[in-house]
Write a protein that binds this ligand. Structure first.
Ligand SMILES: *[C@@H]1O[C@H](CO)[C@@H](O)[C@H](O)[C@H]1NC(C)=O
Ligand SMILES: *[C@@H]1O[C@H](CO)[C@@H](O)[C@H](O)[C@H]1NC(C)=O
Ligand SMILES: *[C@@H]1O[C@H](CO)[C@@H](O)[C@H](O)[C@H]1NC(C)=O
Length: 449
């Protein structure tokens, strides 16, 4: 019987009040959310509801501005939306932009008591982007964070659970030396481990740094938050024009999360259209002042990745250790994604030219398909440039595949053992060999439905 009577519910909520936030689970899954100007509270509500529907626990709100009206009103709309939809939020202070903790302490004090603020171990969760090299006038970054952040809050009885991304601290990994030099942290988040570096060439993402970080963090009783992302493509100006491999990065990283078994996972990102790794909506006014970003993100919807991520989140929370256990909610789920330009494109009409790292791109249709435990005889039929180019077998769980892409239209069909099409997805934008316009290495993500 899975029905709850009224009294059981009442007892549960009484218990919830008593326990408060003390027993928040590990295995929270979050998405990094760029706070920018927000046109209306409807957008906040839609983002929160979409995120909750795919099984996310919270948004990590990237805050770069603690006082301008566009920022504080977006934050308030998001907290209102989260509170009414039983969703959570925590701050990820962007220390590449903010000077010092005293800048953001008032905002944090204000919201840490909000019912929608995310707590772990009875403590309000706080993360950062960078900040591992800033000392704020103290003798070391650790001393600076201790005095200006933790001690400054302790006087008001606030004890944040601090899981920063300190990738700028100067070391190659979060090893034992890091944890002995940074006792101020309660755990770490390793932003850069989400993709291979450009300098690695045509390499797949590695979990070597995650393995070091989880061992060293657990050895000191701390937590490890692992990043999960799709790609990086930024094409804004001469200093911000790069490609970090997308290809199969996302599903390969899903497999690594299940092997590493981190305490928390943060998806990079919900809505950073500037770096092309969004999985949620990008609202028009957020990038209204950024025509360069519009030029490579408008019409490049990534929400189909949610169809793959939602069953993954469920599997991770239920203890799955490998991709074979990532099964769909129904008969199948899936997406494929591709770049609309071949890697050899000259992009001679684009003043920014080809992105750094373009030579690491591969001309592939990348596919992730989820099938149930009792699946049998299903094939993935891949069409590129109008022709059937591959018929691939499948197995239970997450199937990861890539097939050489040709110019023109793209399609993937899922065909059952009787020869019937169970699901299908078709490209909305053709692949071209070159362009006189924007040198766009962003991905088209197509839902197989
Ligand atoms: C993310 O969404 C929020 C809410 O609409 C918006 O304020 C922000 O600018 C968006 N960021 C990007 C990069 O689109
Ligand atoms: C990356 O992963 C794909 C899929 O498993 C594999 O075919 C390819 O050989 C790998 N590439 C490298 C450079 O290891
Ligand atoms: C697979 O199992 C599900 C229940 O988990 C069932 O509904 C479905 O009919 C089964 N499919 C096959 C091909 O046996």
């Amino acid at each position: 019987m899975r029905l709850w009577g009224f009294s059981a519910l009442a007892a549960l909520s009484a218990l919830a009040c008593l326990v408060g936030r003390a027993n928040a689970d590990l295995k929270g899954v979050f998405a990094h959310y760029m706070v920018g100007s927000m046109g209306s509270s409807d957008e906040a509500v839609k983002d929160v509801q979409d995120a909750k529907a795919m099984g996310l626990d919270a948004f990590a709100l990237n805050v770069q501005d603690v006082s301008s009206g566009w920022s504080t009103s977006a934050i308030q709309m998001l907290f209102d939306a989260a509170a009414t939809n039983d969703f959570k939020l925590f701050f990820s202070f962007d220390m590449a932009v903010l000077d010092q903790p005293s800048t953001f302490l008032p905002l944090f004090r204000q919201y840490q008591s909000n019912p929608a603020y995310y707590y772990h171990d009875n403590r309000p969760f706080v993360s950062t982007f960078d900040g591992g090299a800033k000392s704020f006038g103290a003798s070391s970054p650790n001393a600076g964070w201790q005095s200006q952040f933790k001690d400054a809050l302790a006087s008001s009885g606030i004890n944040p659970f601090f899981v920063p991304d300190f990738d700028d601290y100067g070391g190659a990994t979060y090893d034992d030396a890091f944890f002995s030099n940074y006792p101020v942290v309660d755990g770490v988040f390793s932003w850069e481990a989400a993709w291979p570096q450009e300098s690695e060439g045509i390499a797949n993402v590695s979990s070597a740094k995650d393995q070091v970080a989880i061992q060293a963090s657990h050895a000191t009783g701390k937590v490890y938050m692992m990043p999960l992302s799709s790609l990086q493509f930024k094409h804004i100006d001469g200093g911000q024009n790069w490609y970090r491999r997308g290809e199969l990065n996302l599903p390969q990283r899903i497999g690594q999360v299940l092997e590493v078994q981190p305490d928390f996972v943060e998806i990079i990102t919900w809505n950073d259209s500037g770096e092309s790794h969004y999985i949620g909506n990008c609202w028009p006014e957020a990038i209204a002042g950024a025509p360069a970003i519009q030029a490579y993100s408008n019409g490049f919807d990534h929400t189909a990745w949610q169809a793959v991520l939602a069953p993954f989140i469920n599997a991770y929370k239920n203890g799955a250790k490998s991709i074979s256990a990532v099964t769909p909610f129904g008969e199948f789920a899936g997406a494929f994604w591709y770049r609309t330009l071949l890697a050899s494109a000259s992009c001679s009409g684009d003043s920014l030219g080809r992105p750094d790292g373009a030579e690491n791109a591969q001309d592939l249709i990348n596919i992730a398909v989820l099938l149930p435990a009792n699946t049998s005889g299903v094939t993935m039929n891949v069409y590129s440039g109008g022709n059937l180019v591959a018929t691939l077998p499948t197995t239970a769980g997450l199937n990861i595949a890539a097939v050489d892409i040709k110019t023109g239209s793209q399609k993937v069909d899922l065909v059952d053992s009787a020869g019937s099409i169970m699901g299908s997805g078709s490209s909305t934008v053709d692949v071209a060999a070159d362009t006189s316009g924007v040198c766009n290495f962003n991905y088209q993500v197509i839902h197989i439905a």
